[in-house]
Design a binder for this molecule. Structure first.
Ligand SMILES: *Cc1c(COP(=O)(O)O)cnc(C)c1O
Length: 360
């Protein structure tokens, strides 16, 4: 089965084989060494982060990493402004509420990006806002947030950015100080092509050394992880060891393939191949090309077919696609271009799309 859902992704044979690499104990030095090496490599993937940001690894899905980031770095006595233009922005607001952290939410329509003028107006009105929580790639629609603009605004106003980069890390450009980035959260099993179970948070040296916030959680308190992972590589709790093995191989494959820029180019090629077929079938994108990521696209469902039929027929042909969420559930379908997808599989997908959509 080829997975075209936004994570977990189809694994390469080498990454899948790594899941069964060995019986290791997380309290032994070989695992500590693996953890240290992974953290080093994760902070080196995006050059702008290599010097000034440190990674810690935890076990859990991308949501665990986002929640750990907010629990550990969103302030207790100042306010975090959350930009919510989709499911994942809304989820960050829910996390801050669950952790009892002061926050405001700027909601916007899902098919539009964050309204920068509204952000400025809120910052003018609420001097207590010192942090901004945003989603880099809002997987709900496939929108890539314009962090060039938003980051500049943060820097100019001294606002620290907490970024959900779960579905962009490893495939879209990421800047550090230029965006006033305090921390970002990401996962092994999206653009890095690893297995589910390992996720991580990169934060600046100052963020790790700055005053600790009340994490409101034992398991998600990143400072505990940082203290031991940075010194010795050990983790406070049992890690998802097979997922760490898989990430090790996945990062080796990413490096061998030429890093994140090559991965972005690869995704763009895949999008171009599939989209030429969809266009010929009259299927259109939800968002303009320049507003979308390279990772995932939302397409308007043709009137001739329901999502369920499209999904089931494509699944029978060996491909798992993804539904729209919320109000978009009956309007769009989503295709993600991450993971191991051979050229021949992509051609089979094109054939299946032609048969299913043209035949509907
Ligand atoms: C996938 C994703 C997450 C986390 O989802 P999990 O199911 O917990 O891995 C968070 N944010 C974004 C933008 C995502 O795409």
């Amino acid at each position: 089965m080829i997975l075209l859902n936004p994570g977990p992704v189809s694994l390469s044979p080498r990454v899948r084989a790594a899941l069964g690499r060995a019986n290791w104990c997380h309290r032994e030095p070989e695992f500590a060494e693996l953890t240290r090496g992974l953290n080093r490599r994760l902070s080196g993937i995006h050059a702008a982060l290599a010097e000034d940001y440190e990674s810690v690894l935890l076990s859990g899905s991308g949501t665990a990493a986002v929640e750990a980031m907010l629990a550990s770095f969103a302030p207790d006595s100042e306010t975090t402004l959350v930009l919510a233009n989709g499911v994942y922005g809304e989820r960050m607001a829910a996390m801050l509420a669950a952790h009892g952290k002061p926050h405001e939410v700027l909601e916007g329509p899902w098919i539009a990006g964050p309204d920068l003028a509204a952000v400025e107006a809120l910052l003018d009105r609420s001097p207590a806002i010192t942090h901004l929580a945003a989603v880099h790639h809002e997987t709900t629609t496939g929108r890539l947030t314009d962090l060039g603009q938003l980051g500049k605004l943060c820097r100019r106003r001294g606002i620290q950015l907490l970024l959900d980069a779960v579905s962009s890390f490893g495939a879209e450009a990421i800047e550090g100080a230029t965006w006033s980035l305090k921390a970002l959260a990401a996962t092994a099993n999206k653009c890095l092509h690893g297995a589910p179970g390992a996720s991580f948070v990169l934060a600046s040296h100052e963020a790790w050394c700055g005053p600790a916030q009340r994490a409101g959680s034992v398991y998600l308190d990143l400072r505990r992880y940082h203290e031991t992972q940075r010194s010795s590589g050990y983790s406070p709790f049992t890690q998802a060891i097979p997922a760490f093995f898989a990430l090790d191989e996945a990062l080796a494959e990413l490096t061998a393939a030429g890093g994140w820029i090559s991965r972005q180019a690869q995704y763009r090629e895949r999008v171009a191949v599939v989209e030429s077929v969809l266009t010929s079938l009259g299927v259109t994108r939800l968002l303009p090309v320049e507003e979308g990521s390279c990772v995932l696209q939302s397409y308007r469902l043709p009137a001739s077919i329901t999502y369920e039929t499209l999904h089931d027929r494509l699944k029978a042909a060996g491909f798992v696609i993804y539904a729209g969420q919320g109000g978009l559930a009956q309007e769009v379908f989503r295709l993600s271009f991450m993971g191991e997808i051979a050229a021949a599989d992509l051609q089979r997908l094109c054939t299946a799309l032609r048969e299913v959509i043209a035949g509907a």
